[in-house]
Design a protein around this ligand. Structure first.
Ligand code: ADP
Length: 423
């Protein structure tokens, strides 16, 4: 189990790193495409302007280097030097035609700046296919002070237009990301499935063994008890009856465990509440654990409520909770000395099981209530288990609207307290 969770962590880590690298490469590519499209836009606008200069006589010296008469003040604003008052109607028609000829399809606000008046004298909205808003809502155009007159071309939606050109790239990156997420989920799901399958296999193997041995022992003991002369040997009879009794308790415990496992899959438990004395139930739970207590030479000290506390709860589940806590206390202690105390107030019944065992480090204290969680270190951890007991206990306590708390110090011992409403 430990190895598997390590592998899982490694798989997740490697996939995360790979996915991050792929996303980073994708982003770099997108940025490169953006820069390329930006450059392309600039080239296309410059080409349109050049053609405009050759269409119309806008400057006196037509041989002037066109680059010198264009001022690209900001990525979306171009100032085109003019030496005369052009025919406006013709100018706008030509401008629109040149822009579309060179594949510039985003709307443009054009204006004529007069250096004598130091303002725009005329403004025109060139509505190319990618128009976004009616020009009357538009903000005032920025005036760039120059000592010559010029035509200003402002492309308000240049950014959106470039992004639109990249739509294929953005969509394919998005698709790639979705595929990656899909893969991630599938791998995680498959891994989880595999993990559960293996756990289940372990579980079946383990349980077959757990059932087979006591059944074989019972079979032998009952064969002995069936011998004709057994009645004449009361010592032998008592001995074999004792063996059967012990093995039956063991089997009973296993069956209870099966029940827990069957229920740990569900999010809530169906409760069958009845009224009973919780302290008596606790005593019964301790009796159930007699073989284990004897085997480990455990000392169990009790301080029960007297008289006992009558509560309304699911008796069989609560009994399993008590068994689980006491069993853990015995299992995870080398020379177990266990103190079990009960308490009550107006509303609640509480029970504390305190041991002198290996204890639980702080970082594990929350996780021990998770399904299949077992702490991997500690030499005493050769004890069998599936990491389901405390998960079950918590589920039962939660369903009763109660609380479970753990206090523990590594090497010193642990103390589990359950508090549930009496009604
Ligand atoms: P299991 O005992 O079957 O492993 P549990 O859910 O009962 O499963 O317990 C989960 C883990 O919490 C155990 O594997 C053990 O590491 C730790 N644990 C539980 N009770 C104690 C205790 N009293 N002292 C020390 N460790 C404990």
């Amino acid at each position: 189990m430990v190895i598997r969770s390590k592998t899982l962590r490694l798989v997740i880590l490697i996939s995360t790193v790979l996915v991050t690298i792929i996303i980073a490469i994708q982003l770099i590519w997108l940025q490169k495409v953006y820069l390329y499209e930006e450059k392309q836009f600039n080239i296309n606008v410059s080409k349109s302007i050049r053609s405009l200069y050759s269409d119309m006589e806008l400057v006196n010296d037509a041989t002037d280097n066109v680059q010198k008469v264009i001022d690209n003040v900001s990525p979306d604003v171009y100032l085109l030097k003019i030496d005369c008052d052009p025919n406006l109607e013709q100018l706008w028609i030509n401008l629109k035609a040149e822009l579309t000829d060179f594949d510039v399809y985003t709307d443009c606000r054009a204006a004529i700046y007069s250096n004598t008046e130091n303002k725009y004298t005329t403004e025109e909205y060139i509505d190319l296919p990618d128009s976004y808003f009616p020009p009357e809502n538009a903000k005032e155009l920025t005036v760039y002070k120059r000592d010559y007159s010029y035509i200003s071309l402002y492309f308000p939606h240049r950014g959106q237009y470039i992004i639109k050109q990249m739509i294929f790239w953005i969509a394919s990156s998005g698709l790639l990301l979705l595929v990656l997420i899909g893969f991630g989920f599938s791998i995680f799901y498959l891994y989880r499935q595999k993990f559960f399958n293996e756990t289940q296999k372990d579980f079946v193997n383990n349980f077959t063994h757990e059932f087979k041995t006591p059944l074989a022992v019972i079979k032998i003991a009952s064969d002995v008890l069936q011998q004709n002369n057994i009645i004449e040997k009361p010592g032998r009879l008592k001995n074999y009856a004792g063996i059967i009794n012990e093995q039956t308790s063991h089997l009973q415990a296993q069956v209870q465990r099966l029940l827990e496992i069957a229920y740990t899959d569900r999010s809530s438990l169906p409760l069958e509440k009845e009224t009973f004395d919780a302290d008596i139930l606790l005593q019964e739970a301790i009796n159930d654990l007699h073989p284990l207590v004897e085997q480990k030479n455990a000392v169990i000290n009790t301080g029960f409520n007297s008289p006992g506390t009558i509560i309304k709860a699911d008796k069989s589940y609560l009994r399993l909770c008590f068994i689980n806590l006491i069993e853990n206390a015995v299992k995870y202690s080398e020379a177990p000395v266990i103190q079990i105390t009960t308490g009550k107030d107006a509303n609640d019944f509480s029970i504390t099981v305190k041991d002198n065992g290996i204890g639980i480090a702080k970082e594990h204290q929350k996780k021990i209530f998770d399904r299949f969680y077992r702490i991997k270190d500690g030499e005493l951890h050769t004890s069998k288990g599936f990491g389901l007991g405390l998960n079950f206990v918590k589920k039962v306590v939660d369903t009763h609207n109660g609380k479970i708390e753990v206090q523990s110090e590594q090497g010193k011992g642990s103390s589990f307290t359950i508090k549930i409403p009496r009604n």
